[in-house]
Design a protein around this ligand. Structure first.
Ligand code: WT7
Length: 631
């Protein structure tokens, strides 16, 4: 696919122009570089009012043939995955394309023997080990739909996701290593399974030797492998068949199971990976995300493997055994492209610079960030100390819903600019929308960020709830996909994301809805109600601040705060715990009873002199009280 790599600014401009003037011809050409079992009949059919988007209809393919089989002849012995374990004393693994192909086929046989068929949903709740990637690809090989649930989620959250997608099989492990902790995945899964009647079988990987026992309908991963060979013909699926479901939080209600389909997702992740990171054939690429999030799906697994790249999978955390772990791994594996989150950069930047400088980072060519806006200081630190001012930084803006990177510079090809995601990728047509829902034509502008034309990896629906998909993304502005983010555009046409404009809060790059957290808190029997807002935090970017109203006969205590956070941790997961919990006598509300988060947000951020007009509140007197009790 190297011929699809854009090699100059001029070529970017021409390619972009063509991609918006003749989108279908453009994507036709890109798609032709992939391996199809049958060519498509229609490139694109769409109607944002329904909404409906279909790419490459009539085409048949299997994405794993593109990730694996296609590379065997030319680069069978090239390393596909470098696995770096949590414990630096444990040996790294190098898995070649040939070996990965064999392992995926073998595990596809295991799934098949356990009753998995095309279209079945398979839930994957696993640590960051190669078997996770193998499991994902094995599902895709069969045409089954994977639903990976991040291994930091609680039993409740896992059960909700299994039930929503009606998963038939669960893949998990005894535990997962993360820094000096072991997450007891199997016991969390067992807890979840008490309320999951759709699961017929659980396949358990032994990662940590935790000495657990299996109950009925649970089998060991390694024992299942005894019975299979490593041949499995890839099942031909339709371009618009589902490839996976991945849950993301919404501003209200339950998590949304975003659905991605096979053909378009393949074309877009393959193409965007190559162009954004400017991957060349012998490079070693490392994305530090977890495969439990979309970043890992698109840019640890699919994007790199589609390009025959070497992709690093790291099981651990940046702080273990020390805060130099990332740089040590970059040196050890001679990493060329390094892709991480602003929150990690901010955390690592707090430590002595010698932590970075003692390592040879001379192989680095491209740096990347994703997940939240990067602040100026962190950007310059990254540029200076990690990239030594010679590595372009790609600030990649995208979402679980977009499947792939939408706005970003192309490393070394289009200019980067601190704190700006910069320009749209070919095929992406962003617009800014003003207060009265009109597209702003001026180049220099600020508004809400929407996309006016479909791209191949747009999520097609929310699993089981197409109405909600329509409401959330296509009802704010006519004939547009609305991202939920605000952005500004400068005189160069570069975009800078200003943050969410809805009730989603990005904490350490994780997308959290306020409503589910409030619901969790409100389930505590001593709590009347609560409101969550974000406030600026030097490492997390934004952290959570909870205002909690207790029943009259309850006295506030530190213990209660711990209990509330434990509640959140049980219902959602530790990532949603609140940094600050303030007990208040009531919450400021509008006359229609809606909580005025705007005011609470300002109080939490200590922006007390422009609270705006509070006179329209139902209970304006409460504002003074809340300010007094501010933490
Ligand atoms: C939200 C999507 C896409 C993978 C990780 C997060 C924020 C993402 C950037 C960036 C500023 C960013 C947005 C977006 N976001 N990348 N480069 N600059 N903000 O996926 O969990 O679906 O979250 O993350 O607010 O809407 P996600």
């Amino acid at each position: 696919m190297q011929h699809l790599r854009i090699k100059s600014l001029k070529e970017y401009k021409e390619t972009y122009q063509k991609s918006i003037e003749q989108p279908e011809q453009f994507w036709d050409e890109v798609a032709k570089s992939f391996l199809w079992k049958k060519e498509w009949d229609t490139t694109l059919e769409w109607d944002f009012t329904k909404p409906e988007v279909k790419w490459f209809q009539g085409g048949k393919l299997n994405i794993t043939e593109n990730c694996l089989d296609r590379h065997l002849e030319k680069r069978g012995s090239k390393t596909a995955i470098i696995f770096e374990p949590n414990d630096p004393k444990e040996k790294a693994q190098h898995i070649s394309y040939k070996e990965l192909h064999a392992k995926v086929c073998a595990f596809a046989n295991v799934l098949y023997n356990n009753g998995v068929e095309k279209g079945d949903r398979v839930c994957i709740y696993m640590p960051m080990v190669p078997e996770l990637t193998i499991a994902i690809l094995a599902c895709a090989r069969i045409g089954a739909i994977h639903s990976v649930v991040f291994a930091g989620f609680s039993a409740n959250a896992l059960a909700a996701r299994i039930n929503d997608a009606n998963c038939k099989i669960l893949l998990t492990a005894d535990g997962g290593f993360r820094g000096d902790k072991v997450t007891p995945l199997k016991s969390i899964a067992d807890e979840a399974l008490k309320s999951c009647s759709s699961i017929e079988k659980t396949i358990v990987l032994n990662r940590c030797n935790l000495n657990i026992s299996l109950s009925e309908n649970q089998v060991w991963w390694h024992e299942e492998l005894y019975n299979v060979n490593n041949k499995f013909e890839a099942v031909a699926v339709d371009a618009e068949d589902m490839l996976f479901i991945l849950y993301t939080s919404g501003s209200t209600g339950s998590p949304k199971g975003m659905v991605h389909t096979c053909g378009g997702y393949m074309v877009y992740t393959g193409y965007s990976f190559l162009n954004v990171f400017q991957y060349k054939n012998e490079d070693v690429y490392w994305c530090t995300a977890d495969i439990g999030w979309i970043t890992g799906h698109s840019y640890i697994v699919y994007g790199p493997l589609l390009n025959g790249a070497t992709t690093v999978m790291f099981e651990g955390v940046p702080s273990y055994p020390n805060f130099d772990r990332f740089w040590q791994i970059c040196e050890k594996h001679k990493v060329n492209q390094f892709y991480t989150a602003p929150t990690a950069i901010r955390a690592l930047k707090k430590h002595p610079i010698s932590m970075v400088e003692q390592y040879d980072l001379s192989n680095l060519k491209t740096l990347g960030t994703v997940g939240e806006p990067i602040n100026e200081e962190a950007w310059h630190w990254y540029d200076e100390h990690v990239g030594k001012r010679k590595c372009p930084i790609v600030d990649t803006w995208w979402q679980t819903e977009t499947g792939g990177i939408m706005l970003s510079s192309l490393a070394g090809i289009t200019p980067d600019k601190a704190t700006f995601a910069t320009l749209p990728l070919p095929g992406i047509q962003p617009v800014l929308i003003n207060e009265v829902a009109n597209v702003i034509d001026d180049v220099v502008a600020q508004g809400r960020l929407a996309i006016k034309f479909p791209w191949p990896s747009i999520a097609r629906t929310i699993y089981g709830n197409h109405e909600r998909y329509k409401d959330t993304y296509f009802s704010a502005f006519k004939n547009m996909y609305f991202s939920g983010d605000g952005a500004l555009r400068d005189a160069d046409g570069d975009y800078r994301i200003t943050g969410r404009v809805d009730d989603v809060i990005i904490v350490s790059g994780h997308n959290l809805g306020t409503a589910p957290i409030e619901n969790a808190i409100n389930e505590h029997e001593q709590v009347v109600e609560s409101a969550i807002v974000g406030f600026p935090h030097d490492i997390k970017g934004t952290a959570l601040y909870a205002y909690v109203v207790l029943y009259n006969d309850v006295s506030p205590s530190e213990f209660l705060k711990i209990e509330i956070n434990q509640f959140i941790s049980d219902k959602i997961g530790p990532i949603a715990k609140c940094d600050k919990i303030q007990f208040v006598s009531s919450l400021p509300k509008t006359r229609s009873g809606k909580i005025m988060r705007r005011i609470l947000r300002k109080i939490a951020a200590n922006e007390l002199n422009n609270l705006g007009d509070v006179s329209t509140l139902l209970n304006p007197e409460i504002v003074e009280d809340v300010i007094k009790g501010r933490l």
